[in-house]
Design a protein. Structure first.
Length: 456
């Protein structure tokens, strides 16, 4: 929801924001679009009070008028995200403004703490290379990206954030055939659906009270209905932006210091979105594109629409999944895992190595492939026949019930407040297949050769 600020004539009761904080609007019929800055002198004059607004633990109890889209509240440096149980865009005027706003516990750390919290993978439960020395030469470094909800800028590494894109460079679009198993929806429909459900999950409810009232349920059905597929090219959607300075061991073509990943957010022949890789030298970027085209169609459930996330890159050591090991070694690891379960009377048994000691889950750069439901197959560049190497993994979650030891130390405490729609293990809200992952492989001989996308 947008926090709408108006300057009354004559002024009403003043509500003073902390020094340097800013409230922004968008300028629609409900929202005047006024920007209030504490440093301009007089305290901001705000009207139409709601009950209260909480941002990172600070409470303001007067002066805020609410309209019906995402808010933008800044503490002078970072955006602080607040959520409210209002309605979809444009609906707040019908529902009234006296609605308490409650911050989602996982939304923002910026107001009090400043810099984002790092993420630290716990040491592996066992130094598996000391138990099986033949694994030691197979160790690879991977960079876990740990995407977390935030408001990245074009100058940040991000998932689902804006891209540093020259205004004079055409925005890419997809002209391939799309497989729409259900009617596609618009990007706006996905965002409005998520905002509606986020607000519903965050608001207090009485026992046995429905999550949505009848009007909200009808609106949700409308958002989910979809539309006939468009026939023209579909604009690509930003997926990730990785500055090489932020991601150790990520290397690109000579002179490049930025990797941008976009995709067409629809299913294609391989049941995956079609990705585009752009390597860029940021020094050559002049005037920026500030309003990029949006896709006309996205997948019915919004599975390929990443929510904006900031990154917390961390280098970890990986070993191959059992699928890529010699059969004899894989069998010994399986038997060893079963023995560990017998000794400890708990655990994943023969899958112990696969789930807890080999390949890190989650969004990452490099490392080994997360083979699981399918076996590896020969993967060679179509241009030169060189074996592909892993570049980038897009995952449906950073941990689950079978990979608990990979949960970062900073994420092990239960949230102190409501979590909302975005699961702690999946801030980007991307779903590949049935909670699988998508890995992008590149040719080691040339960045100009085609890449490969695999569901694993």
């Amino acid at each position: 929801m947008i926090l709408t600020v108006q300057r009354p004539q004559p002024p009403a009761t003043a509500a003073v924001l902390p020094a340097g904080w800013t409230v922004k609007g968008t300028g629609n019929q409900v929202d005047t679009g006024t920007t209030i800055n504490e440093y301009r002198g007089d305290p901001p004059q705000l009207t139409e009070p709601c009950n209260q607004m909480r941002v990172s633990g600070l409470v303001f109890s007067q002066g805020y008028k609410v309209s019906g889209a995402m808010n933008e509240v800044y503490d002078g440096e970072h955006m602080v995200s607040s959520r409210g149980p209002g309605s979809h865009s444009g609906g707040a005027g019908r529902q009234g403004c006296r609605i308490p706003l409650v911050e989602s516990a996982r939304d923002s750390q910026v107001a009090a703490e400043g810099a984002p919290m790092p993420r630290t993978t716990p040491p592996r439960p066992v130094d598996i290379a000391s138990v099986f020395p033949e694994l030691a030469p197979l160790a690879r470094q991977a960079v876990r990206l740990h995407p977390r909800a935030g408001r990245p800028s074009v100058h940040d590494s991000s998932v689902g954030g804006p891209l540093l894109w020259p205004v004079d460079e055409p925005w890419p679009a997809c002209a391939e055939e799309h497989h729409n198993w259900q009617p596609p929806v618009s990007l706006g429909d996905v965002r409005r659906k998520r905002a509606l459900l986020e607000a519903a999950w965050l608001r207090p409810r009485e026992p046995h009270e429905n999550l949505l009232d009848p009007g909200q349920r009808a609106y949700l059905d409308e958002l989910r209905a979809g539309h006939p597929a468009h026939t023209g090219p579909n604009a690509l959607l930003p997926v990730a932006q990785l500055y090489l300075r932020d991601v150790p061991q990520l290397a690109g073509p000579e002179g490049a210091d930025l990797l941008q990943v976009l995709w067409c957010p629809l299913d294609h022949d391989n049941a995956l979105p079609a990705a585009r890789l752009v390597w860029r030298n940021t020094a050559s970027v002049g005037t920026l594109l500030t309003d990029p085209p949006e896709p006309a169609d996205v997948e019915h459930y919004g599975s390929y629409v990443p929510e904006p996330c900031v990154l917390h890159p961390e280098v970890v050591t990986e070993y191959p999944a059992p699928h890529e090991l010699p059969r004899e070694l894989a069998d010994r690891l399986y038997g060893w895992g079963e023995k560990q379960e017998e000794d400890q009377e708990e655990g994943p048994g023969g899958a112990y190595y696969q789930y807890e000691l080999s390949v890190a889950p989650g969004w990452k750069v490099g490392g080994w492939g997360p083979w699981s439901f399918r076996d590896p197959s020969p993967m060679h560049c179509a241009s030169c026949n060189a074996p592909y190497k892993p570049l980038f993994t897009i995952d449906s979650g950073e941990w689950d019930g079978g990979s608990g030891s990979w949960i970062p130390l900073e994420d092990r405490e239960e949230p102190s407040g409501p979590v909302g729609l975005r699961r702690p293990a999946d801030p980007p809200m991307v779903q590949i297949g049935r909670s699988y992952s998508m890995q992008i492989y590149i040719c080691p001989t040339s960045f100009d050769h085609p890449h490969l996308e695999v569901m694993q």
